[in-house]
Design a protein around this ligand. Structure first.
Ligand SMILES: [Fe+2]
Length: 333
């Protein structure tokens, strides 16, 4: 019997990354009050009861609603802001990212964002890592996303964008961050600043027919979830507040059998290569191993019950894995 044609998956959107030529520290100084918050840092243990204030978002925007039905890995496009962390948790996260070892080693600038704190890892950010990996947070984010998620990679866990108001008033609707697709399937953006009096700061999404839809930005302790790998979006400039500090954690599907179009385009120019390629290769090899185990189990079961070998199914599996391996060859450069 001839093998049936394997369905060729739709190609995901092309991502454009910063043109920065490698990890670069910012030139911008941080205000003294931020440095002082970090000097007061004392490690505390993450405690889900004390540090989480979980609420469902008032509204979810679906992929169908924004004209992108069938794209991506679930029907959730984005959420309205929802309560996630308690004030005590936000205070601790701020102290951790402003602590002296993090500020001296983990500040970066790129052609996309002038002031970032990232790649501090679980040793310098234990509270933040425990929070993002806690079963309660993952269950909540996954429920909103409509697909079970895990943090995509340690080095993209708790990435922080810092914007300090230096007196400039934002032009309404002007984007602080140009139009782009993310490199990771889902993103959760949590606000670490008091946004009382803030104007702007929304996320704009481009719908399937080219219209622009705005999603309200999160306030302190609240978060939004978005399927940024498949939706073109931009962060609109904020004004009326002294600072806007947002924590961005990227997610990928937990189930190794779910389509995974994670790429490193956005991370490569601002991340130390050896660490990035180790973490990426480690998770990808685990996915390949788990997919192979699942395929192996299937063929063994058929054989055990005396069923004929399913050539089409094996060809489909191998074709998918070939594309997965080819995408890795494109990333490891
Ligand atoms: Fe984004």
């Amino acid at each position: 019997m001839a093998a049936a044609a394997v369905s060729i998956p739709r190609t995901p959107p092309k991502v454009v990354g910063p043109t920065t030529k490698g990890p670069t520290p910012p030139t911008e100084q941080l205000p003294q009050y931020i440095v002082e918050e970090g000097l007061r840092y004392e490690p505390i243990e993450f405690n889900a009861t004390k540090h989480l204030q979980l609420e469902d978002p008032g509204r979810l925007y679906t992929m169908r609603e924004i004209g992108l039905e069938g794209q991506g890995i679930s029907n959730t496009a984005a959420s309205e802001p929802f309560s996630l962390f308690s004030p005590a948790a936000i205070k601790q996260m701020r102290a951790e990212i402003f602590s002296p070892p993090v500020l001296s080693n983990c500040r970066y600038a790129s052609t996309f964002a002038t002031n970032m704190i990232r790649c501090y890892g679980p040793k310098l950010g234990p509270f933040i890592f425990d929070a993002w990996n806690s079963p309660e947070v993952l269950a909540h984010i996954s429920k909103i996303a409509g697909v079970e998620l895990v943090p995509a990679l340690d080095f993209e866990t708790g990435h922080v964008n810092v914007w300090i108001n230096k007196g400039e008033e934002a032009t309404p609707g002007k984007s602080a961050f140009s139009w782009h697709y993310d490199s990771y399937p889902f993103v959760c953006v949590t606000m670490l600043s008091d946004c009382t009096g803030m104007t702007g700061g929304e996320t704009a999404m481009r719908t399937g027919n080219g219209d622009i839809m705005k999603v309200r930005g999160p306030a302190m302790g609240t978060a939004v979830v978005m399927q940024g790998r498949y939706i073109e979006h931009a962060a609109l400039a904020a004004s009326g507040v002294p600072e806007r500090i947002a924590m961005v954690t990227s997610f990928r599907p937990k189930n190794p059998l779910v389509r995974d179009e994670t790429i490193l385009t956005g991370s490569r120019p601002i991340t130390h290569r050896s660490m990035m390629y180790f973490q990426y290769s480690q998770y990808r090899l685990e996915v390949i191993r788990d997919r192979s185990d699942a395929a192996l189990k299937k063929i063994r079961e058929r054989e055990r019950f005396g069923r004929e070998f399913d050539i089409d199914a094996m060809r489909e599996h191998l074709t998918e894995q070939r594309a997965y391996l080819e995408s890795m060859l494109d990333e490891l450069v």
